[in-house]
Design a protein around this ligand. Structure first.
Ligand code: C2E
Ligand code: CA
Ligand code: CA
Length: 253
């Protein structure tokens, strides 16, 4: 499979504070470089891997690689995407514990992102997985909040640490009153329930300012950096003035 042929790699996207200054963590995103077809989007191949029973192997590989590559990024959170299918798998938490121990990786630095699809299919098992991850110190984020099968009752029934507001709302928040109102409400709900709220897909300064005003805790998006290979990420973290976005923001070049 692609994993054994060395066709997978990871890129990392920064998550920054609401001022767009301090880097709080990174999200690992999978890339598949197919020898003849080139880069294939995870949005295409992850659903296929779920259907074919390959997702467990893939997530295992992602966790392993991401912990190896980010082990020395002390103080930064590592977010990894888990698929709906495996969160309902009773062995998922055990496997995660084994990988954490193998890398001697601080569980409090790890954050697992899931979408609401997971809850719909395997509610009870998902709840058990969540409780076990929490007992280890791992945090859980609800990804793509606001789209798909969103239900406010999920926020009450499942103990998420973080809400990630989907890019769809963020994209329009600075130029469409309805989207702005929705984003404001979503941030307020998350905050009222004691969760950290992250806005995804922040691409411009107007969006950042709006989101900051709504009370979002953190942001992620091209404005602060595209997903990048680990070597590039480490260079940027070592020299925070270098990124293009900062040069532009500072009026340089
Ligand atoms: P996601 O978890 O919602 O990840 C965010 C996606 O938005 C990433 O796409 C990222 O490159 C993109 N993005 C980030 N900031 C911006 C922005 O400012 N503007 C725009 N237009 N896009 C932005 P990517 O890497 O193509 O991943 C797509 C989806 O594939 C992810 O959505 C996630 O659901 C899934 N995925 C990626 N890696 C993994 C993985 O390791 N495991 C699993 N199960 N799913 C993964
Ligand atoms: Ca995600
Ligand atoms: Ca997302």
């Amino acid at each position: 499979m692609a994993r054994e042929r060395g066709e997978f790699s990871l890129v990392y996207q920064k998550q920054v504070d609401r001022d767009g200054e301090a880097v709080l963590g990174v999200e690992a995103l999978l890339r598949w470089n197919h020898p003849t077809r080139g880069g294939i989007s995870p949005a295409l191949f992850i659903p296929l891997a779920e259907q074919n029973g390959l997702i467990r192997d893939i997530t295992g590989w992602v966790l392993d690689r991401a912990m190896t590559e980010t082990k020395d990024l002390d103080g930064l959170t590592l977010a990894v995407n888990a698929s709906a299918v495996e969160f309902g798998d009773p062995e998922f938490a055990d496997e995660l514990a084994v990988i954490l121990a193998r890398h001697d990786f601080d569980p409090r630095r790890l954050e697992v992102e899931i979408t609401e699809t997971a809850i719909l299919s395997e509610g009870d098992e998902v709840r058990r997985s969540m409780d076990r991850l929490h007992a280890m110190g791992v945090k859980i984020a609800l990804d793509d909040f606001g789209v798909g099968y969103s239900s406010l009752s999920h926020l009450q029934l499942y103990p998420f640490d973080k809400l990630k507001i989907d890019r769809m709302f963020v994209t329009r928040c600075s130029d469409d009153v309805q989207s702005a109102t929705l984003v404001h409400a979503l941030v307020s709900i998350g905050r009222a329930l004691g969760m950290k709220v992250v806005a995804e897909g922040v691409e411009d300064e107007n969006q950042r300012k709006f989101l900051r005003a709504t009370g979002a805790h953190a942001m992620q998006g091209f404005l602060f950096g595209r997903p990048m290979p680990i070597a590039e990420l480490k260079r940027e973290l070592a020299d925070p003035i270098a990124p293009e976005s900062k040069k532009v923001a500072a009026g340089g070049r």
